[in-house]
Design a protein around this ligand. Structure first.
Ligand code: MG
Length: 159
């Protein structure tokens, strides 16, 4: 059995008139994330971590933002496609750790819901998913409230 790890990173701009969706959960906020899909920055980071661990390029390769099929796409649907593909390739998802880097709103009230949502999308129990929250401490694009970033590390096993 071999153990594979992959890293994922994503960031999206916060703008008015958009929803703020993280890990498939919509948060109450006056702005949301701009993007071709639903701009679920956390799910995008998780997808990239999974693809990285499997050695399967990146999210932009599989779901190009120039493709109209993915306009306003539900990123959890894209995650489920990737998870199903990994299963057919013989990979098992052992663990996914994540960090959301966001100044506002506070993630903590929705943390458990996000964790449960990601676990469902990954088809694993919630104990195999972790969601951490960090801020920019007033620094950079996160600190100025211009955007949200997310990181993820996925650990897979393969026969
Ligand atoms: Mg993205």
């Amino acid at each position: 059995m071999s153990v594979r790890t992959g890293i994922g990173w994503d960031s999206h701009r916060l703008v008015e008139g958009r929803r703020l969706v993280l890990g498939g959960v919509e948060l109450e906020y006056e702005r949301g994330l701009q993007g071709h899909s639903d701009a679920d920055v956390l799910t995008h980071a998780v997808i990239d971590a999974l693809l990285g661990a499997a050695g399967l390029d990146d999210i932009g390769q599989h779901f190009p933002d120039t493709d109209e099929r993915f306009k306003d796409a539900d990123s959890m649907e894209l995650l489920r496609l990737v998870v199903a593909f990994l299963a057919t390739e013989g990979f098992t998802i052992e663990h996914v750790d994540t960090t959301v880097v966001m100044e506002r709103p506070k993630l903590s009230p929705q943390r458990d819901a996000i964790r449960a949502s990601l676990a469902a999308g990954l088809d694993v129990e919630a104990g195999r998913v972790n969601v951490k929250a960090s801020t920019g401490e007033g620094l950079g694009f996160v600190g100025r409230g211009e955007g949200v970033a997310a990181l993820a590390v996925a650990t897979l096993t393969a026969p």
